[in-house]
Design a protein around this ligand. Structure first.
Ligand SMILES: Cc1cc2nc3c(=O)[nH]c(=O)nc-3n(C[C@H](O)[C@H](O)[C@H](O)COP(=O)(O)O)c2cc1C
Length: 185
């Protein structure tokens, strides 16, 4: 597999991004990470992880304002990109092609190069603006995977629910996993 871009933004649910990074590291995948300023803030507010610890889960980590990073260009080969969690602000930027930071630019590159762009948008309730931006992103080729809990596998803990979401991301990436039991298993 080519390198994978993971971006984290300032929506609640930083732990989803951290868990995905942990699993990708266990699988020795080459991850290039970008965190927005508000992602770093939510990591501090919501988890016990230090930002440096999270950064170390990736092979490379870029500053969100570094528009000269390799992942800013379509000529840099990547498997795709996951934005987890994805704020409504970042969703809006993607939907309207406003590539003002590295997360938005890399997402724009995924869409123009027809590569995988998986968004884990988090907000509730959703305004018409949020819904329209999701539609625009989906029409442009992004996959919208909101963190919606499933109960068919009788989760015993929050960790089970987090792993279910992370497993759904891995399914879309075509990465094998056993993070949750499948229906019928
Ligand atoms: C603790 C916390 C939780 C937040 N949760 C959400 C959320 O679930 N969804 C959202 O769209 N914004 C949420 N926000 C607001 C975003 O952080 C804010 O809109 C920010 O500008 C997003 O910028 P970014 O996309 O560059 O990270 C939250 C902010 C804080 C401090």
């Amino acid at each position: 597999m080519k390198p994978l871009i993971i971006a984290m933004t300032g929506a609640t649910g930083a732990i989803y991004g951290i868990r995905l990074l942990q699993v990708l590291r266990e699988k020795s995948m080459e991850v290039h990470l970008v965190m927005s300023a508000w992602a770093e803030k939510t990591i501090s507010l919501e988890t016990n992880y230090a930002i440096e610890e999270v950064r170390k889960l990736a092979k490379k980590c870029y500053a969100v304002d570094d528009l000269s990073a390799p992942i800013s260009s379509g000529s840099f080969p990547t498997e795709g990109m996951v934005i987890i969690p994805c704020s409504m602000k970042t969703l809006a930027g993607i939907a309207h092609g406003i590539s003002e930071n590295l997360i938005l630019r890399a997402a724009d590159v995924m869409l123009k190069e027809r590569r995988k762009l998986i968004l884990v948008p988090r907000e509730s309730p959703l305004s018409l603006i949020h819904l329209r931006n999701m539609t625009l992103a989906a029409e442009a080729g992004a996959v919208l995977l909101p963190p919606m809990a499933a109960f068919y596998f009788k989760p015993q803990s929050i960790a089970d629910l987090i792993d279910h979401l992370v497993g759904k991301v891995l399914d879309l990436l075509g990465v094998e996993h056993h993070l949750f039991p499948r229906w019928g298993e």
